[in-house]
Design a protein around this ligand. Structure first.
Ligand code: DGY
Length: 380
């Protein structure tokens, strides 16, 4: 199989499943073994090319689990179909690397792993927000360089966020969780922009506000904004939680950065291409009080020229979902998607996916994006 090493688990299994990266934990392998799968896992950390994956699929392959770094389009879905494949799962909640329309046309169900990244990713967005506001990267570099001469009244002055306004772009599961953390934990007022209202978020924060009032403390507000522009102008801190598609690519560009407050904070834990990264570099250069916290980049693993030299930017390498619980949960869900489809189970259609992590998981495939389009049976 190309030049890569592949580890085989449960070699006598009836269904051949190709997994393009080592995944954390054991539970996912138990699920595939119980479904009588022979699991072939690529042990290389390299990002596999389409050709390498195609060669791994070969002439007989029943299912595959792939990564967000890989290009799962018509070529691979055709290869999988011709090899007898009937199931694919992305090891990610995001699926901008997958041509779902092509998979649907070719007849391959596509799974993803929602529900286990929500709090983990929101916590990283909070982490980046405060790291940017309090200049943590800059201060740590200064200390490690041996430049600290003693406490000073003016050393690394940052921004206090309490009582200010946080703007959320994309108020789905992760965005709304981040909003609650910032409002309930840090008493920030929330404004959000989303194509759809989030009544649950608004109700939750209204209830929290009422509680604050009965305690004699300052209430918080939560408002949906009509435009991104209005949100950018008003927010002290903006966190992006949208999907990446043609409507959100380069949504944040020079013009929109220019609308933000001079000392605003911009956080991105969604997908890199939502921000035009060259424009962000130029903006951060000319606005030293503006800060950004980035988990994702436009052309990963590369960064725009000059980004890593900017003291007002905090950067981490796409690790927002990197806790053991979440990454093992993602593996469990990806394996359950594939095993469920191979076993002929229906697709799960409830938002609560956590029962799949328990000891008696439902007999269903937890999250199949194109289940309806393919006319798959749905769990009752
Ligand atoms: C996802 O699952 O889409 C994340 O980006 C991985 O952290």
């Amino acid at each position: 199989m190309g030049t890569y090493e592949w580890r085989v688990h449960h070699p006598e299994g009836r269904f051949r499943v190709v997994v393009t990266k080592e995944l954390p934990g054991e539970r996912w392998l138990e699920i595939l073994t119980a479904a009588d799968c022979r699991v072939e896992i690529c042990t290389s950390p390299d990002v596999l090319t389409v050709e390498a994956i195609q060669s791994a699929i070969g002439t007989s392959c029943h299912a595959a689990i792939g990564q967000l770094t890989e290009d799962w389009g018509a070529t691979l879905f055709n290869a999988l179909r011709e090899a007898g494949g009937t199931a694919y799962s992305n090891y990610a909640v995001g699926f901008n690397n997958v041509d779902v329309a092509a998979a649907t046309r070719i007849g391959i169900p596509v799974g993803n792993t929602p529900g286990v990244l929500t709090e983990t990713t929101a916590e990283m967005a909070v982490t980046l927000t405060f790291a940017a506001a309090r200049r943590i990267g800059e201060a740590e570099r200064y200390l490690r360089a041996g430049r600290y001469q003693g406490w000073l009244p003016t050393l690394f002055l940052g921004e206090l966020l309490m009582g200010k306004t946080v703007g959320i772009i994309g108020a789905g599961r992760i965005g709304a969780t981040y909003a609650r953390m910032m409002a309930q934990g840090h008493h920030m007022n929330v404004i959000y922009y989303d194509l759809y209202p989030n009544p649950q978020l608004e109700e939750d924060l209204a209830a929290y506000s009422a509680l604050q009032t009965t305690r004699g403390q300052t209430p918080v507000t939560c408002r949906r904004m009509d435009t991104i522009e209005a949100l950018l102008q008003e927010a002290d801190c903006v966190s992006i939680h949208t999907v990446l598609d043609d409507t959100t690519r380069h949504m944040i560009n020079a013009e929109r950065l220019g609308m933000m407050k001079k000392n605003a904070i911009l956080v991105n834990t969604s997908r890199g291409p939502v921000i035009k990264e060259d424009d962000l570099v130029a903006h951060c250069r000319t606005h030293p009080d503006f800060r950004a916290g980035l988990d994702v980049f436009e052309n990963e693993p590369e960064m725009a020229a000059g980004l890593d030299a900017l003291d007002n930017v905090i950067i981490v390498p796409h690790i927002a979902s990197a806790t053991s619980w979440t990454r093992q949960g993602m593996a469990t869900l990806a394996a359950s998607n594939v095993a469920g489809l191979l076993m002929g189970y229906p697709a799960w259609n409830k938002p609560d996916i956590l029962p799949f992590l328990g000891d008696a998981p439902p007999q269903a495939a937890p999250s199949i994006i194109n289940a309806e389009a393919l006319g798959l049976a749905m769990a009752a």
